[in-house]
Design a protein around this ligand. Structure first.
Ligand code: HEM
Length: 422
């Protein structure tokens, strides 16, 4: 990676560290999206893990919240769904409450008994047998995308590779009209964007476009509900007792869940993988020398990136955690991004090491009843793209600063300038 880029990064991190250690903990708001956009979140979470692992923030513009920052405490919250609810009516699964005009229910933001049957409806998509079939398609498409990349000129890896490959995958999962597939990317971006992100100009515009998404999918649903069952996600939902009678809001909610789940997360891991290797050239050398390391490299990238920085719950009763009393109704944020750097569970957590002994110890897919249903597909996509990259290119060089997403929920990139020298 370019020397001046890494020097600028080191300076920024140094200044962030000084600020994080001189600000009183009572003023901490670790979920501020700016910390994620500027990649200066790390010392704030490091200090919380050391000094106040369960922390109450009273300075957040969208409301007070608890931060849970250590691996085992996060695990405790994630695996106790009877105490910590995901229900959209209580605010949902991200720090920012879901508002009334945006309360599309989906099974990630649902408790039992409704959650389980809806999750089961889509889980056949991710069985090993079905994934073996998808692998063939993924490989063909990855090869095509890589073969058509420019040589000896700078281009945006996010758009040319990460977005394109994950969007193609999503179109396949939904059996979505191929020529319209970039609409899926747009809907995914809209669904997760914050007001100041620059993704949309007004709330009206956002709701109008998401309404178009609902109309589009309703049309596909109506075509498939009366046809023979097929193995795409829309047909699976249209033919299952748990989801057949969903109203328009529920349909939109579950579709957005699957679009965002399958899109942003994998996309940002793919971009993160190129960045991580450039920031750690010794690891890039290791991978070039031994392609078999892809198997442990993939989970390490997913830990290092943590594409969803947090999940939020709402306490259903008073409960104690880390010596603090959490009250019924309080927001509780599980910072996976911090749990993944907890040195008590993960050795050398701040280093990117592609041949770790237990690389799958990470928290990026969550735990408990909501543990990511698509995680095997995510692993598979990353594995295949890297197998194909290593066959073709000796080096994908990052030649400028990444542009990061303004969000403390989706942790990712808008741009990563790279160059492939032929
Ligand atoms: C749930 C992360 C890829 C679909 C989740 C959760 C996380 C997560 C953190 C919530 C876990 C919890 O609350 O305990 C990721 C990451 C991915 C990824 C980091 C890629 C690297 C995918 C893919 C799909 C997908 C490819 C499918 C197309 C879902 C769905 C849920 C979910 C449907 C909700 C599960 C439930 O509520 O039962 N994911 N995900 N994800 N993910 Fe993923």
């Amino acid at each position: 990676m370019h020397g001046t880029i890494s020097m600028a990064r080191d300076e920024r991190q140094k200044a962030a560290r000084e600020k994080a250690y001189s600000t009183p903990l009572s003023e901490f708001h670790p979920g501020a999206p700016e910390l994620f956009r500027s990649d200066t979140l790390w010392p704030y979470f490091e200090r919380l893990r050391k000094e106040e692992p369960v922390h109450y923030c009273t300075t957040c513009p969208v409301g007070d919240y608890w931060s849970v920052t250590k691996y085992n405490d996060i695990m405790h919250v994630d695996t106790n769904a009877a105490i910590f609810s995901s229900d959209v009516k209580l605010g949902g699964i991200s720090l920012r409450d879901v508002t009334d005009d945006y309360s599309w229910p989906s099974f990630i933001a649902m408790d039992e008994p409704k959650h389980g049957p809806q999750r089961k409806t889509v889980s056949p998509m991710f069985t090993p047998v079905h994934l073996d079939r998808l692998a063939i398609l993924i490989r063909e498409r990855a090869a095509d995308i890589l073969d058509n990349l420019p040589r000896n000129e700078t281009f945006n890896w996010v758009d040319r590779v990460s977005v394109e490959l994950t969007t193609q995958m999503l179109a396949t999962l939904f059996d979505f009209p191929w020529e319209d597939r970039r609409k899926l990317t747009r809907w995914s971006d809209l669904a997760t964007a914050l007001p100041k992100s620059g993704i949309y100009d007004s709330e009206e515009q956002r709701l109008r476009e998401l309404g178009e998404c609902a109309d589009y999918f309703t049309r596909l649903w109506n075509e498939r509900v009366n046809a023979e069952p097929r193995s795409d996600l829309i047909s699976m939902m249209a033919h299952s007792d748990a989801t057949r009678h969903m109203n328009r809001d529920e349909l939109l909610g579950n579709l957005i869940l699957l679009i965002v789940g399958g899109n942003d997360t994998t996309r940002n891991s793919m971009t993160g993988s190129v960045l991580a290797l450039n920031e750690n050239p010794d690891q890039y050398d290791k991978l070039r020398d031994n392609h078999a390391l892809i198997d442990s490299f993939v989970p390490e990238v997913i830990r290092w990136q943590t594409p969803l920085a947090h999940m939020r719950r709402t306490a259903l009763q008073d409960t104690e955690l880390g010596g603090k009393l959490i009250k019924k109704g309080d927001r509780v944020v599980m910072w996976y991004v911090s749990g993944n750097r907890d040195g008590e569970v993960i050795e050398n957590p701040d280093s990117f090491i592609i041949d770790r002994a237990r690389p799958r110890t990470h928290m990026s897919f969550g735990f408990g009843i909501h543990r990511c249903v698509g995680m095997r597909l995510a692993d598979l996509q990353l594995k295949i793209i890297w197998e194909e990259i290593l066959k073709r290119f000796d080096n994908i060089e990052v030649v400028g600063e990444p542009k990061r997403v303004y969000s403390s929920f989706v942790k990712g990139y808008e741009e990563l300038p790279v160059r492939i020298n032929a």
